[in-house]
Write a protein that binds this ligand. Structure first.
Ligand SMILES: Cc1cc2nc3c(=O)[nH]c(=O)nc-3n(C[C@H](O)[C@H](O)[C@H](O)COP(=O)(O)OP(=O)(O)OC[C@H]3O[C@@H](n4cnc5c(N)ncnc54)[C@H](O)[C@@H]3O)c2cc1C
Length: 459
């Protein structure tokens, strides 16, 4: 083991590798509910070549490697289940924009905050799809877990906006995926060739380390506004979403519910975002939204509420701070969510289950559902808070989330960023030939099973 430590020091320099108790403690856990497990080493590479050398070493010594962004996915995906090396990507922070081609190439540790400020400063007419995770979340890891952001309603998962990859394979070779494999331009992650990005996106680092990633950028309109639609009838939400997304004019649609403040209990809040280059464009889009929902206004089943100038800045913030604030609702500050990607028609059933589980396990709840890709599906969050100093609330929250995941699968959803137990649930339900294919791909790419062991392992 000490040979490994010395070699890691040679690769990255002695300031960027540690086997000290403090680092091992910190890198052995995440803010969610999964049990901790400490790594033997933490290493911070700066270049693709250093990543390559670390992986070659790990492959030769058969030591596990877990790539880590900000560790905010909450479901234990960066907890090293059998120890080994945690590879913290934060020193890889290069950003290169192709303005004419509307894409950016980011290194593996670039955060959403860093890209946002780079674009605001240098390319204010361009933007990327910002998720509501804390700003230190990384672009690469968010794409790896098929994250969703402000442009997901219009453009699909953030991973759908990827336009190329550079990956260090588990055996140490560097591989380019997409147009960048044959050209100096990073405009496509696959088409017109076979799309090999699917071998890396969604795999939680089990098939390689992404060292660079191309991400599409989109026009940043001069103005943004938010409308707040409310209804107390959950069964109407799918139709309301269908009518709004039919206009093809909304930037983002997020439906929330929570039992507090009391005036909102039993009420569904729908935040509908629009963008435009002029007040006229915004006004036209507002009118389209009003017209789309006129029927429910006339039947008095729902309506738009005024959004005061005091509320607007916080509703328009990117990322929104609301989810982060939710973590502090319970004493001891903890929350986790199971977020199935689900058919929109199931919204009423999901809400009923969310409330049932909260009452069964005496937990505080909230939910936000984000519409995906023009209304093809939604991410529905079952969010529960817990007190980190109270194992009883943590156990209750965990049991509720397990039940929510089973329910979501039974109702036709697929679990997003699943923890180990949820991955097992998904694989148990998977078509057996698909499961076999998953195993064959993993074996082919990672013959020694060194990459993020435990995840997506077909038993
Ligand atoms: C308050 C809050 C709000 C949130 N809101 C959203 C939201 O709106 N949208 C959303 O999508 N998510 C949201 N999340 C979930 C999560 O924080 C984000 O998806 C975040 O982008 C994950 O990035 P990360 O850097 O923390 O990933 P990590 O947790 O560090 O990593 C995630 C996975 O990617 C792998 N990985 C990391 N880097 C690499 C690499 N270079 N190569 C290969 N694999 C790699 C890791 O091994 C792990 O399996 C939220 C979380 C919180 C706490």
């Amino acid at each position: 083991m000490s040979d490994i430590y010395a070699t890691l020091q040679e690769i990255v320099g002695k300031d960027y590798v540690s086997n000290q108790a403090e680092e091992r403690y910190f890198y052995g856990r995440d803010p969610g509910l999964m049990p901790p497990h400490e790594p033997d080493y933490v290493v911070m590479p700066r270049t693709t070549e250093e990543v390559q050398e670390i992986i070659r070493l790990a492959n030769k010594e058969k030591v596990a490697v877990v790539p880590k962004g900000a560790g905010l996915s909450l479901t234990g995906l960066v907890i090293p289940q059998i120890g080994g090396i945690v590879m913290d990507m934060k020193r890889m922070e290069g950003i290169e924009v192709n303005e004419a081609g509307r894409y950016v190439i980011v290194e593996g540790g670039v955060t959403h905050a860093a890209l946002k400020s780079h674009l605001q400063k240098n390319y204010p007419h361009l933007r990327h799809s910002i998720p509501d995770s804390p700003p230190i979340a990384t672009i690469v890891a968010n794409a790896v877990i098929h994250g969703q952001g402000r442009l997901t309603q219009q453009r699909g998962f953030n991973s759908d906006m990827v336009s190329g990859l550079e990956v260090v394979l588990p055996t140490g070779e560097v591989c380019r995926i997409g147009s960048c494999a044959v050209s100096s331009y990073w405009f496509s992650k696959g088409p017109p060739m076979p799309d090999l990005s699917g071998l890396f996106l969604g795999w939680f680092g089990t098939t390689g380390v992404i060292t660079r990633l191309g991400m599409k950028l989109y026009p940043c309109k001069k103005m943004r506004d938010v409308m707040l639609y409310i209804t107390d009838r959950a069964e109407l939400i799918p139709d309301i979403i269908r009518k709004l997304s039919h206009t093809e004019m909304m930037e983002d649609i997020v439906v929330s519910c929570a039992p507090l403040p009391l005036r909102f209990k039993g009420v569904f809040n729908m935040l509908v975002y629009i963008t435009g280059d002029s007040e006229e464009e915004l006004e036209f889009k507002r009118k389209m939204a009003w017209d789309a929902l006129r029927e429910y206004f006339e039947s008095r089943d729902g309506g738009f509420m005024g959004v005061s100038p005091y509320m607007k800045p916080s509703l328009l913030a990117m990322p929104s701070k609301d989810t982060t604030r939710f973590a502090d609702v319970s004493k001891g500050g903890g929350f986790e969510y199971s977020g199935p990607i689900a058919p929109i028609e199931k919204y009423p059933q999901y809400v009923k289950k969310l409330e049932e589980l909260a009452s069964k396990y005496n937990l505080f709840y909230s939910s936000a559902a984000r519409v995906i890709d023009g209304g093809h599906s939604m991410m529905f969050s079952f969010s529960y808070t817990f007190n980190r100093a109270d194992p009883d609330t943590m156990n209750r929250a965990k049991t509720a989330l397990d039940e929510a995941a089973e329910f979501a699968l039974d109702e036709g959803g697929v679990i997003w960023k699943p923890n180990l137990n949820e991955q097992r649930m998904v694989m148990e339900r998977m078509d057996p030939n698909t499961l076999k294919l998953l195993g064959k791909i993993k074996q082919l790419l990672d013959p020694n099973g060194i990459m993020n062991p435990g995840n997506w392992e077909a038993k």
